[in-house]
Structures are given as C-alpha cells and as structure tokens.
Design a protein around this ligand. Structure first.
Ligand code: EPS
Length: 387
C-alpha cells in the first residue's frame, strides 16, 4: 500500500490518494471524521482550529460504504481558504501585486530558510504553506482508513501524552481500549489528573510569555501477529519504517521503542524479554521491554513507541533572523500559530503508525479482497499452531 498527500495550509483543499487497499473494507466518512476531530482538539491550540471543522469527502474508490479495490481519494476542504483566495490562488497575478503576503524573515526552526534557498523562492510563503503541520490532517485521514482495516483483524491503537515541557505525566499501561477512552476525556490526553492541571498551567504560562512547548507522546498497538516486518533487508524492518514515519511528522525529533534510550544504562539481563511457552497460548514473553520488536519483526507483544516533539517554531516573541531581501538583521516573522500541539501530535503519531502497521500487514497477508487476506491470516495462524 502507498499514499501521497497534496495541499497547502491556506489553499482550497487537502488531498490524499491511497493505493493498494483491498476491496470490501467498510469505509464511511464518519469513521475518518472521528480521527480528524481528535486531531483538532487539545489544550494550547490557536485560533485556526476554531475556523476549521475538518470533514472528509470520499471522492474515489468507495461505493455504497465499501472499498472497491480502486485507489481511494480523500479530500478535506480548508474553511480558511475563503480568506486567502487572493493570496493563495493558482491564477497569475501582477508582479507588483501587494496582496501576496510575502514572507521575508525566516523563522528559526521552521522549513522557511532551507526551503527558500533550495527551491530558489523569494517568498517564503511558498515553503511555509506546504511545510505547515496542516498537512498532518491528511496523514490522520489516511491513518484512519488504515485503522478500519486493522480493526477488522482485531488490531487496536491508542495514544497518551507523557510530557509537556517540564511536566511529566504518570505513564499508564492500561489496555488500548481503556487508555483510549480515558485520554479522550483529557484536554492534554493524559490519564494522570495532577499532571493534567500542571500541563495546562505550563501551556498558559508559555502563551503569556509568547513562547511554545513541546513534549513526549506514546502510541500502543495491540493484537499484532508475530512476524510483521522482516530481518532480511534493512528497509523491511518494521521498527525502522515506523521510526521514519514518526520522525517525518512535523516538529518530531526522535523516537524510541519499549524501554528505548533507557536500554543504554541497563545490563542485558535487564533489557531483553525472556521467552515462555504455553500449549494454549503458544510462545510469549515474560516482559515487553523491547516494545514489540526484535530483528525488525513484531514479537506478538504490543508495539510501544514514543516520539519527542520540539516546541513549535513560530514564536510570538520571535528569535533573531535575517531579511532575505535586504540581508539586514530582523526578528523572525510572526505568524498565527499554536502554543502547544502535543495532544494533537499524539493522535497524529497514532494514525501514522496505524498506516505503517497496516502496510506491513498487507505485505505479509496481502490479497485483493478482505476475504482473501483473512484466509491468508488464518492459514498463517494454523502454521504457527503447528510449529
Ligand atoms: C501551522 C500554523 C497554524 C496551525 C497549523 C499549523 O496555522 P495558521 O497559520 O493557519 O494559523 O494552526 O495547524 C493547522 C492548521 C492544523 O490543522 O493542524 C504551521 O505553521 O505549521
């Protein structure tokens, strides 16, 4: 399976094309909209989220509620477009046009300067518009489709926020469904109510100071069969693919699995997961410090992944920058933005990982219809039982 996204943050719409989905996957806009709405929530978001109520249109590949096997095309319109039609329109405008809202002072931490130099653009808006985290809307929509496929095979995902700025929340190891239900009621997607209040206060304080906050989020995937991904080639290792996908989310700077970076401090006996066997259960592990992966393949234990998001780079009290026309020092451009998008980032990471797991699932059990995939999975389970 593969997908591409297109669209600018203040353009008319965002689009995704997904190819390789089997036929007979039940797909309704409502299921995707649930994920889009989860992404829009979270304490610390700015005014833009009051303008948008993201809602998907399924414009290809779905008929009477089910996929046909053809490419699936998803569209989300930007409500804000009506305020940007002149600035962002595709039609040619006069050179002296004043309405372009050119961006000349690159924001440190954003794609502005590198993109401007690379694409030889003297209006950094041509970089900002596509590098904006608005693009994650489509990655969530695509992930929501993947979640529908995974749900059919009993695979579930959930996320939680573990840190915002200096405030650390107690990590919960509840099963995915319970974790999802509890975090859904928290404006910062935590289970720990003490941390929740402290996080909200920290976001308020950063906002007052014209500053922004990052954090750490965790995703769990349950019900994954053993053997997704492969040890035989570097680019078939599923943990590697997940790491790439996570770090590709705007503002994400790092990723870890299971006990993650803590493995550096511990002895091997305190890192690896002893192997056990029971006639009714087959092989399983005494612990899951590996976070569900060995040799680039799933172990059958839940996948546990954490990602770190840096603070958003658009600051209301901006850092030093340089005007690209005059080369004079200036403070960076101030654009409308969020103070903290960590709770939204948890939802994005959950959906991005759902896609990678679904893609690996299709590689292993792939068929052109849901029925064919189910037959392949059943056959594999029989093989595991006989092993
Ligand atoms: C973003 C800047 C803000 C955010 C946006 C990401 O948008 P605007 O410039 O229109 O206020 O709200 O996020 C979204 C629109 C979204 O849907 O998440 C940026 O520069 O990355």
């Amino acid at each position: 399976m593969r997908f591409l996204t297109a669209g600018e943050t203040h353009g008319p719409q965002l689009t995704a094309i997904i190819e390789g989905l089997p036929s007979h996957v039940e797909l309704a806009p409502e299921a995707i909209n649930v994920e889009l709405s989860r992404r829009q929530k979270g304490y610390g978001r700015g005014l833009r989220m009051q303008i948008e109520q993201d809602s998907v249109k399924l414009v290809a590949g779905v008929r009477h509620g089910f996929t046909t096997g053809a490419p699936v095309v998803l569209v989300v319109e930007n409500n804000d477009w009506k305020n940007w039609m002149k600035v962002m329109g595709a039609d040619a405008v006069a050179e002296e046009n004043e309405g372009k809202r050119r961006i000349l002072r690159p924001r440190p931490g954003h794609a502005d300067l590198n993109g401007g130099l690379k694409y030889n653009q003297k209006d950094l808006r041509n970089i900002l518009e596509r590098s904006s985290a608005r693009e994650t809307t489509m990655r969530v929509a695509v992930g929501a489709v993947a979640k529908e496929l995974l749900a059919f095979f009993g695979i579930r995902t959930a996320c939680q926020v573990l840190r915002i700025g200096e405030v650390v929340a107690q990590r919960s190891d509840l099963p995915a469904q319970e974790l999802a239900e509890i975090t859904e009621t928290s404006p910062v997607r935590v289970v720990d109510k003490v941390a929740e209040a402290a996080m909200i206060a920290a976001i308020d304080a950063a906002k007052n100071d014209g500053d922004t906050l990052g954090g750490i989020v965790e995703v769990i995937v349950e019900g994954v069969p053993v053997g997704l991904g492969s040890h035989v080639q570097w680019d078939r290792k599923l943990d590697g693919r997940i790491a790439q996908a996570v770090v590709s989310i705007q503002a994400f700077k790092g990723v870890e699995f299971g006990i993650g970076f803590e493995a550096a401090e511990r002895r091997g006996s305190q890192v690896h997961d002893p192997i056990l066997h029971q006639a009714d259960k087959g092989f399983y592990r005494a612990s899951n410090r590996a976070g569900g992966f060995e040799g680039g393949m799933t172990t059958g234990e839940p996948i546990i992944v954490r990602g770190v998001m840096k603070p958003i780079s658009t600051l209301y009290k901006p850092l030093q920058s340089v005007d690209i026309d005059t080369k004079e020092p200036f403070t960076a451009q101030v654009e409308r933005s969020d103070t903290c998008a960590v709770p939204a980032a948890a939802v994005i990471m959950e959906n991005v990982i759902a896609w990678e797991v679904a893609a690996a699932f299709m590689e292993k059990f792939g068929g052109d219809s849901l029925e064919e995939i189910l037959a392949n999975l059943t056959n594999y389970k029989t093989q595991l039982e006989r092993y």
